[in-house]
Design a protein around this ligand. Structure first.
Ligand SMILES: *Cc1c(COP(=O)(O)O)cnc(C)c1O
Length: 361
């Protein structure tokens, strides 16, 4: 017997139970091959099918247009922090970033190795509790870059900033890829470490517009060019087959639920349940994010004292509500309620928080 808990870890994070069960069923013998997916050659016809299906599901679920390529890469979103500027740089053109927290800063740091970086907007003045408004990118940059959801601070873009001219917008969607319907055409590049919202650690999804592939300098190491991976359909070298397979299973589950429009509705309901608890707590729970910047995926809040926060975290853990400690740069609590977190888990957490307040205020 195993007992599943409600897992609120920020990443790696909870996965859909049907996907895990399917993986368990396939573990020793995938489709009559007598082998696990972990043991299949990445050049085998069985794996080729998984590889193709995973990519097709991304296209189908997100409505990715034909002139965009879908890639499975390694090195995490952190590797894309330098692959984005490396692949999109243009001589003499600045790279324009919005700084909305720790992950944006890390992306900015890497871009500086490739040339002039302009930070066109920032919310650092208020500990990244909001998404800046009226973001103005110039019409002559190499590219613009934003972090779609700020995992640590619990803020998310509700509207995408406009990029004038034809400059591509690059977006780190590691913690909100597929959390809501988006128009892929607004972006030049989307990238996401899988381990938050779509799968296990070990693979990074990159979606890139075809016309951007030729900017990369010739003398760039082969593995660092998106183009290499496009030409070989993400099979230039041995990819993370198992992680891609798990993503495929989670996409199948998402499709069964009704796709991204359906999960968006569920996500909005889940987030509302927790933000309502915060808003109706008479200040016992204080949300970190400003209401107009609140994330659907990471709900961040503080309690009146650090001691109460510690106690709340411990009591929650004892009740099987796991991973609620906030990141050290915000403190307090963080409930990561990704696509795979069922609404029941959020309801149990909400009940717990209500009772905790009654007992401790
Ligand atoms: C977790 C996270 C990252 C880092 O991802 P890795 O895959 O560990 O490199 C980058 N950006 C955001 C928004 C994240 O949440």
């Amino acid at each position: 017997m195993t007992t599943r808990v409600y897992n609120f870890y920020p990443g790696p994070a909870t996965l859909p139970l049907p996907a895990l069960k399917k993986a368990q069923k396939d573990l020793l013998d995938f489709n009559g091959t007598g082998m696990s997916v972990m043991e299949l050659s990445h050049r085998s016809k069985e794996y080729a099918k998984i590889h193709l299906e995973a990519k097709s599901l991304v296209r189908e679920l997100m409505g990715v247009p034909d002139d965009y390529k879908v890639l499975w890469l390694q090195g995490g979103a952190s590797t894309q922090f330098y692959m984005v500027p490396l692949n999109l740089q243009k001589n003499g053109k600045s790279m324009e970033y919005v700084n909305t927290g720790t992950w944006s800063k890390k992306a900015i740091k890497e871009a500086k190795f490739y040339g002039e970086v302009m930070v066109v907007a920032s919310s650092e003045d208020e500990n990244f509790s909001y998404i800046p408004k009226d973001i103005k990118f110039s019409d002559d940059a190499a590219f613009a870059h934003i972090t779609g959801n700020n995992t640590i601070y619990g803020t998310e873009y509700h509207e995408w900033p406009k990029v004038p001219g034809n400059d591509p917008l690059a977006c780190d969607m590691s913690s909100n890829i597929m959390d809501k319907v988006i128009d892929t055409k607004k972006f030049g590049v989307i990238y996401a470490g899988a381990q938050k919202n779509i799968g296990p650690a070990g693979v990074t999804l990159v979606i890139v517009r075809e016309d951007l592939l030729d900017r990369v300098p010739e003398n760039t190491p082969t593995m660092q060019k998106w183009k290499t991976h496009v030409e070989k359909d993400s099979l230039f070298n041995t990819g993370p087959c198992w992680a891609i397979y798990m993503c495929k299973l989670s996409f199948e589950h998402l499709k069964d639920l009704g796709g991204i429009p359906a999960i968006e509705k569920i996500n909005r309901n889940k987030a509302k349940i927790l933000y309502d608890i915060i808003d109706k707590s008479n200040g016992f729970y204080r949300g970190h994010a400003k209401p107009d910047s609140r994330s659907l995926m990471n709900v961040t809040f503080n309690l009146p004292t650090p001691e109460l926060e510690e106690w709340c975290f411990k009591e929650a853990s004892a009740k099987g509500l796991i991973g609620l400690k906030g990141h050290r740069s915000v403190g307090g609590m963080r409930a990561s309620i990704y696509n795979a977190m069922p609404i029941e888990g959020v309801q149990v957490l909400a009940e717990f928080l209500k009772e905790f307040q009654e007992k401790n205020q």
